[in-house]
Write a new protein. Structure first.
Length: 300
C-alpha cells in the first residue's frame, strides 16, 4: 500500500497520515536537488512574494521558506508593504521572470484591494508559475498537456495514489469549484479515469450526491459541513478545508463523525495541508528541470 497510516479499530476509517507522506516526498525532492546541484551545478530557486502583513499569510510564507531551505532549495522571500502599488508588484514579477536563479515564483494570496489578482497571475512566466494558476497552466491541465498543476490538488492526488494506484472507473465527487482547488482537482481525477462530479454552493441535495462517491474531496471552507450520513461506507475522504473555529483548526468534514463510516480519511491538520507545501517544492524542482532541459524526475 506504500502509505504511512494508522490502523484503527473495526468500524473506524484509516487515518491518512499526510504529514508522513509529505515528509517522504520532501526527502525524495531533497535527493533530486542534491543531484541537480552535484551533477549539473544547478541550484533550484523559489521566489515567494508577500504583500502586506496578513498574519496567516506570514505563517504560510515562513513555512514555505523553511521547508524550501530544508529540502536544499534556495529561497528568495520578497516582503512588500501593504500599500504596494500594482505596478511595483508587476515590475518585481517581471524582474523575477528574467532572473536565472529563480525557477519558481509564487505570489501569496490574498492580495490587498488595490491589486488585481488576475492581472498579477497573468504576468508570472507560466514556466515559473509553481502555483499552477496562470491560465496557460490551467489550459494545459484541461487539455491533458504537461504543465504546472496547483499544489493542493496535486497533493491530494499523491495521497490518493498511495491508497488506490488505479482509480479507473471510480466515482469521484469534488465539492468546491475554485480555480485553486476544486476545478484542478476534478481535472486530475478525470485524467485518472474517474467518473467525476463537481458540486458547489448551488448544488441541490448535496448529501445525496456525496453519498455516491468512492472518492470524496471536500474544498469548501465551511467548518465540519460533511457528516457521516453524507458518506458512502468505505469511501476515501480527503478534507481540504482549513477553518479557524475559536483557537482550533477544523476541516470541512466532521472528522469524528465521518471516521466511523469512511474507509480512509485525512485529518485536519496533518492531512492535505503538509502535502501542499511538499508539492510546491516538487513543482519548483520540476520547473527548474524543464528550464534547464533536463528530464523531470518522478517525485513520490
Ligand atoms: P473558495 O472559497 O474559493 O471556494 C469554495 C467553494 O466551495 C466554491 O466553489 C463554493 O461554491 C463552494 N461552496 C461554498 N459553500 C458551499 C456549500 N455550503 N455547499 C457546497 N459548496 C459550497 O475556497 P478554496 O477552494 O480556495 O478553498 C476551500 C477550502 O480549502 C478553504 O477552507 C481553504 O482555507 C482551504 N484550503 C486549504 C489548502 C491546504 O493546503 N490544505 C489550500 C487551499 C485552500 P460557489 O462556487 O458556488 O461559490
Amino acid at each position: 500500500m506504500g502509505m504511512s497510516e494508522q490502523k484503527t479499530t473495526a468500524g473506524q476509517g484509516v487515518v491518512i497520515d499526510g504529514k508522513a507522506v509529505a515528509k517522504k516526498l520532501r526527502q525524495s525532492i531533497a535527493h533530486h536537488v542534491e543531484v541537480l546541484v552535484g551533477d549539473h551545478k544547478i541550484m533550484p530557486g523559489l521566489a515567494v512574494v508577500l504583500v502586506g502583513d496578513d498574519p496567516a499569510s506570514q505563517i504560510y510564507v515562513a513555512n514555505k521558506e523553511k521547508m524550501a531551505v530544508a529540502a536544499g532549495l534556495r529561497s528568495y522571500v520578497h516582503r512588500l508593504p501593504k500599500n504596494t502599488s500594482q505596478d511595483a508588484l508587476l515590475e518585481l514579477l517581471r524582474k523575477l521572470n528574467k532572473d536565472k536563479k529563480v525557477h519558481g515564483i509564487l505570489v501569496q494570496m490574498p492580495l490587498p484591494k488595490q491589486i488585481d489578482t488576475a492581472t498579477v497571475l497573468r504576468v508570472i512566466d507560466p514556466a515559473k508559475d509553481v502555483d499552477g494558476l496562470h491560465i496557460e497552466n490551467a489550459g494545459r491541465l484541461a487539455s491533458g498537456l504537461p504543465g504546472l498543476v496547483p499544489c493542493t490538488p496535486l497533493g491530494c492526488l499523491t495521497l490518493l495514489r498511495g491508497i488506490v494506484p488505479n482509480m479507473s472507473g471510480l466515482h469521484a465527487v469534488v465539492v468546491g469549484r475554485s480555480n485553486l482547488v476544486g476545478k484542478p482537482m476534478a481535472q486530475l481525477l478525470l485524467r485518472e479515469n474517474c467518473t467525476v462530479t463537481i458540486a458547489h454552493s448551488r448544488t441541490p441535495q448535496l448529501p445525496h450526491i456525496t453519498r455516491q462517491a468512492d472518492i470524496l474531496v471536500v474544498a469548501v471552507g465551511k467548518p465540519q459541513l460533511v457528516k457521516a450520513d453524507w458518506v458512502k461506507p468505505g469511501a476515501i475522504v480527503l478534507d481540504v478545508g482549513i477553518n479557524r473555529d475559536g483557537g482550533r483548526i477544523v476541516g470541512d468534514v466532521d472528522f469524528d463523525d465521518v471516521r466511523g463510516v469512511a474507509g480512509y480519511i485525512t485529518p485536519v491538520p496533518g492531512g492535505v495541508g503538509p502535502m501542499t507545501i511538499a508539492c510546491l517544492l516538487g513543482n519548483t524542482v520540476a520547473a527548474c528541470c524543464r528550464q534547464n532541459e533536463l528530464t523531470v524526475p518522478e517525485l513520490r
